[in-house]
Design a protein around this ligand. Sequence first.
Ligand SMILES: Cc1cc2nc3c(=O)[nH]c(=O)nc-3n(C[C@H](O)[C@H](O)[C@H](O)COP(=O)(O)OP(=O)(O)OC[C@H]3O[C@@H](n4cnc5c(N)ncnc54)[C@H](O)[C@@H]3O)c2cc1C
Length: 422
Amino acid sequence: MKYDTIIIGGGPGGALSAGILAQKGHKVLVIEAGSINRYKVCSGGTPLRSIKLLSILGNPLKIVEREIKGVNIFIDENEVISAKKDEVIGYSYYRSVLDQWIRDKAQDYGAEIVYNTVAKRIYIDKYGVKVKCDHKGLLKEYEGELLIGAFGIRADLLLQLGLKPSEYLISFQSEFVGDIENLDDNIKHSFNFIVDSRYSTYSYGWIFPKKEGLSIGITDRMEGEKATLRFKAFLKDNIIVAKQIKGLKILPIYNREFLAHLNPNKPLDKTYGKRFVVIGDAAGFADPITWEGIYFSLKSGEIAAKVFDILLTNKNFSEKGTKLYEKEWKKEFGKIFNVEWAVKQILWGKDLEKKWITVAKFFKSNIKRYELLQKGLTEHMSIAPVIKQMSTLDKLRIGFKLKGYKLLKNPVNFIHIFRTLL
Ligand SMILES: Cc1cc2nc3c(=O)[nH]c(=O)nc-3n(C[C@H](O)[C@H](O)[C@H](O)COP(=O)(O)OP(=O)(O)OC[C@H]3O[C@@H](n4cnc5c(N)ncnc54)[C@H](O)[C@@H]3O)c2cc1C
C-alpha cells in the first residue's frame, strides 16, 4: 500500500500534521521509534498559542498538569522580573501524556501509527518515498508520495535527506515529585527561569510546576561530562532551586535521575527537498531566547500539513512545491527568530547577571516600559513583541547600556544587530 504522506516521528509536530492531513482525507502513516506513552525530556510548558493549535484536534485541557498564570525571571536574590495575570496564560504537561493525546486524536481521524519502529533509511526518487525501518529486529518497509521529517534531533536522518544539521545546545532535567502545595503561590503557578552564570552563561535554568512535582533543568553549550556535574551542582547550590525541592524526590525515568537532551539553536539552512519537508526540532526550530519548541513544532506541522494538502490534491511532487513550506514558515516566524537571535548576541555570554540586572532596572525605571515587558512575557512568552513595540530611542538606550561600546568595535556586527532590531 502506498501512503499519501509518511511522517517519521510522532512528537507534537509529527502527530499534529498527521491529524490535520487525516482530517482532510489523506492516507497518512506515522512511524514512531518509541512505545505508547514514551517519555520526552521536556518541561512541557505550553502557552496559549500552542493550545490553540492543539485544539484543531480536540480539547487538550483535560490532560493538563497545572494552570500557569505568570512568569518569573530570577536574576539574584534581590532582582526578579515578575509578570502575572489573573487569568491563565498557559499550562504545563507531561510530554508522555500530551504527545500520546495528540497521536490518539490523529488516529481517531484516520492516521495510522506504528510504534517501536525506527526509521533507518530513507530513499526518494521520481516514483515516491520509501522508508526502511527496524521493528523489534524485523525489517519493515513503507512507501508514500511525500515525507514529513518530524524526528526531532537526528543528524543521521538529516544527512540522508541531504540537509546540514543545525547547531545544538544541551539540556539536563530531573522530574521531582511530591506535594508542592506548600510552595509559594508565585512559584507553583508560574514558569520560573533562573539566571545563574555559575551553571549556564548561554541560557538559563528553570522550574516548571506540575500537579505533584516540579520539572527542573538547565540548558547550556555542550561540554561533555562537565555539563552533568554542573547540573547536579545547580540542583544543590542554587538557592531558589534548593528551597523548592526540600521534601521532594527525583522520579527516575528509564532508570535515570538526570536526563539529557539536545535543543536546536538555529533553523537549518534549508528545510525542504524533493518530496519532503522537515519540521520542529528536526528543522532546528526553537525560540532563540527561551528555547520554547513545542509551539514551533506544532506550527511548522500545521504549515506542512496545509502545504501537503495542496500538493497532494494537485499531484504536485516537485521541489518547487515543497519550497512553499519554507516560504510559509519564514512568513510566520522567520522574523521573530531573527530579532531574538540578535537580542541573544547582546544578552547571553559573559557578565550575564550584570546584563540581566541592567535589563531589569531599565524596564522597572519606567512603569509603561515594565508593563510592556510583562505583557510580552505573559501574552507571548517572547521578547520579540516587546522589542517591536519599544521606541527606537529605548532600543538604542538599552542596546548601548548592555553592549553598545563593545559592539562598536565590530561595526559589521553592530550594523547587523541594530538593523534587525530597529
Ligand atoms: C530539557 C528540555 C526542556 C524543554 N522544555 C520545553 C518547554 O517547557 N516548552 C517548550 O515549548 N519546549 C520545550 N523544549 C523543547 C521541546 O521539547 C522540543 O522543541 C519539542 O519536543 C520538539 O518537538 P518535535 O515533534 O519536533 O520533536 P520530538 O518531540 O523530539 O519528537 C520526535 C519524535 O520522533 C521520534 N523519532 C526519532 N527518531 C526516529 C526514527 N528514526 N524513527 C521513528 N521515530 C523517530 C522520537 O521518538 C519522537 O517521538 C524543551 C526541550 C528540552 C531538551
